[in-house]
Design a protein around this ligand. Structure first.
Ligand SMILES: [Zn+2]
Length: 274
């Protein structure tokens, strides 16, 4: 009797603690969003992020509020001697938050840290080939997204991606699309969709476009998507997200069903921004 009473009290306190921590988090976010957007941050948006002024006014306002919350919650770490500045923080946050507009979001809940290198960085890894042999690999990367709460970015590639918002290449959009994909614990090219029935058309449309890219890449046929998207469905989702935000007209023309799926998921219509 006493044991079950203790368990009950413990359970109730845990529920109360969880509810109050969510309440405190939401209250904090409201306060952060209500505070003025710093002038220096506005100047960074103007200087570094040409896409910002193509957004409708309501989305500009929403994005600024998202940036404030993102920067209040996420920790930035400079690597290889890079000093983290507001320029770095705002430039990355603005592009990361573009993926959250108009959506019910918890601001990348698994993400704790953004590690930033001055330039592309080297990652050593091991891969087992089909014969069972372990091979050492050395890759030079512009970005990486980990399920354990980190995104790693090259500042040089981040700047290049932001400077040209119409070339379909954007490392920040790419890595944060991976974060969305990883939210359900599986990096498989299917992020958490609003309704259960959405997965059916998502997987049929994505599989078809992915298989097409695999075939085109194998014969060297030029495609709208970077050939890296043919690596696996998770990379394809990240690459397709870059194209959705940066080349929406081309995507809508060549793959209208894919454009519709992404527009439904991201709750925005970039066709009207350009
Ligand atoms: Zn990737």
């Amino acid at each position: 009797m006493l044991a079950s009473l203790t368990i009950l009290i413990f359970g109730l306190s845990a529920i109360a603690w969880l509810a109050s921590s969510r309440w405190r988090k939401n209250l904090r976010r409201k306060q952060v969003m209500a505070s003025p957007f710093p002038k220096t941050w506005r100047a960074i948006l103007k200087r570094r992020l040409p896409f910002f002024h193509a957004l409708p006014a309501d989305l500009q306002l929403q994005l600024k509020r998202h940036i404030q919350v993102f920067l209040d919650e996420k920790h930035f770490v400079g690597c290889d001697g890079l000093l983290i500045t507001d320029e770095i923080r705002v430039t990355i946050a603005a592009q990361a938050c573009l993926l959250l507009l108009n959506r019910k979001t918890d601001f990348y809940p698994k993400l704790r840290q953004i590690l930033v290198y001055p330039d592309a960085f080297i990652v050593d890894s091991q891969r087992q080939d089909p014969s069972g042999l372990i091979r050492e690999q050395r890759n030079v990367l512009a970005g990486e997204s980990w399920e354990q709460g980190q995104v790693i970015l090259s500042w040089k590639n981040t700047l290049e991606g932001a400077a040209n918002p119409h070339d379909g290449n954007n490392v920040v959009i790419h890595e944060f699309a991976h974060q969305l994909d990883q939210e359900d614990g599986h990096a498989n090219g299917a992020p958490i969709l609003a309704r259960g029935q959405d997965y059916l058309s998502w997987s049929s449309v994505f599989n078809q476009a992915f298989n097409e890219l695999v075939e085109d890449t194998a014969v060297g046929k030029p495609a709208l998507f970077n050939g890296y998207g043919a690596t696996n469905p998770a990379e394809f989702f990240a690459v397709a997200t870059e194209v959705f935000f940066e080349k929406p007209a081309e995507l809508n023309q060549e793959h209208p069903a894919l454009y519709r799926e992404l527009s439904h998921f991201y709750q925005v219509d970039p066709l009207n921004w350009h």
